[in-house]
Design a protein around this ligand. Structure first.
Ligand code: ADP
Length: 230
């Protein structure tokens, strides 16, 4: 599904170059559940942003379903993104002025679905994450766990092939974190490929594979990350 070849990403501020990703090569098959681990600043978010087509690589190749998208323009990327990708963030990133229902419906609006179809899909997603009774609430009226479950519903509303979760349980207590992990497993069982950044060894153990990063490089990407066995 995804093939990264010698990917490099650097940022410039003035003359100073920061290399966030160095020579990253990685294959991801459809249906995998992968955890990404590594110390702060090692390039995890940059990798997620590049995979999520929010940021473009400086060098190297990114093949998505066989197409080299490294040189795609913004409008091509937007099209790919809205049809294929779902994002879940540590801080939920819901829009406070919109109801839970309208937050979840937003990606469908961008896809041009009419109101009736949006409503039916949103209802299904709300039921899946156990928030049907909170549809009209504003995000600020929900607990952290409920907000993240709303964010999961928003991420999956377009039936994405790839879900990118950047520390999805980072702001949650263990009970709510476990519920979000359960949802991710359910989505994975239904066919979504999942890539999850986590600092939690417990959560990483639940993934099929751990991508271990250090200083902008992928140092291991096997079934049992070295850090987990330490
Ligand atoms: P992590 O998510 O593992 O904490 P990041 O991907 O955020 O790591 O950062 C990797 C490196 O790239 C860090 O040295 C960081 O300071 C740098 N970096 C990330 N984003 C930017 C940016 N927009 N501009 C400049 N440097 C950046």
């Amino acid at each position: 599904m995804i093939e990264l070849k010698n990917l490099r990403k650097s940022y410039f501020s003035g003359d100073t170059e920061t290399i966030a990703l160095r020579d990253v090569s990685l294959s991801i098959s459809a249906g995998e559940f992968i955890a990404v681990m590594g110390p702060s600043g090692c390039g995890k978010s940059t990798l997620m942003n590049v995979l999520g087509m929010i940021d473009t690589p400086s060098d190297g190749q990114y093949l998505f379903n066989g197409a080299d998208i490294s040189n795609y323009g913004e409008s091509q990327l937007v099209d790919l993104r809205k049809n294929n990708l779902g994002y879940i963030f540590q801080s939920f990133n819901l829009i406070d002025d919109l109801s839970v229902e309208d937050n979840i419906a937003l990606p469908l609006k961008y896809l041009g679905l009419n109101k009736k179809r949006r409503k039916a899909r949103v209802r299904e997603a709300l039921e899946l994450v156990g928030l049907a009774h909170r549809a009209q609430h504003k995000p600020s009226q929900l607990s952290g766990g409920q907000q993240q479950r709303a964010a999961v519903a928003r991420a999956i509303i377009v039936d994405p092939k790839l879900i990118l979760a950047d520390e999805p349980t980072g702001n949650l207590d263990s009970q709510n974190g476990a519920e979000v992990m359960e949802l991710l497993h359910l989505l994975n069982a239904q066919g979504s490929t999942i890539l999850m950044v986590t600092h939690s060894k417990e959560n990483a153990k639940e993934a099929q594979r751990v991508v271990q990063m250090l200083d902008g490089r992928v140092v291991s990407a096997d079934e049992h990350g070295s850090e987990l066995n330490a």
